[in-house]
Design a protein. Sequence first.
Length: 244
Amino acid sequence: MIPWLDPRLPPCFPSPRLALPEPNGLLAAGGSLAPSWLLEAYRQGIFPWFSEGQPILWWSPAPRLVLEPQRLRVRRSLHKVLRHRGFVTTLDVDFPSVIANCARLRPEGTWITPEMIDAYIRLHALGHAHSVETWHEGRLVGGLYGVALGGVFFGESMFHLEPDASKVALVRLCAECRARGITLIDCQMSTPHLRSLGAEEISREEFLAQLARLVPERPTPQRWQSELPAAALAEGTFSREPLP
């Protein structure tokens, strides 16, 4: 059995160490998607993930997939894309469109329900949720969004309408994280695609220890807004070691 969280009370979660091994990471149900609940959840390494018609479900899986921004693997082919495809990346220019595209471009279904979209747009308005947009010839063709608290960016979802557009957004995210002193990107669930880009699995204990060190009790809102041609990102120093 998992505990039911009363949305009428201040946000209070059980320890992530109590999460179920199967399904991996399921911790609690109920509560609220109000900003105070979301911020407290992320601060403790917990995130919401549920489908339409379900109650809010809270998760903290183990192991955890994370990416250190400076360890992003950029293949030679992606370097060519960054230099020659004419992509432009922006920050926080069209958060609603990014999350809407992430919601609809999933043939297997989505956990990004209208309720979730509204919740993260509110969090974005408060300066805690951020988007990276990839544009080509004035058209939004890719992007990602997540939550930035202190020295951690908690990635939520990404999309692409043209090949490599989401990878270009990830390169921009890593560059922005390095510039802002964000040293860890939480990728949540492990996938071969993210591992091929340099993400690694760590234990729950190590992940929680990093959060305790990097995320303040009351994170300061951040404002991200700037534009950068993708070619400029190719000048960044990222890991280029060959894949195993």
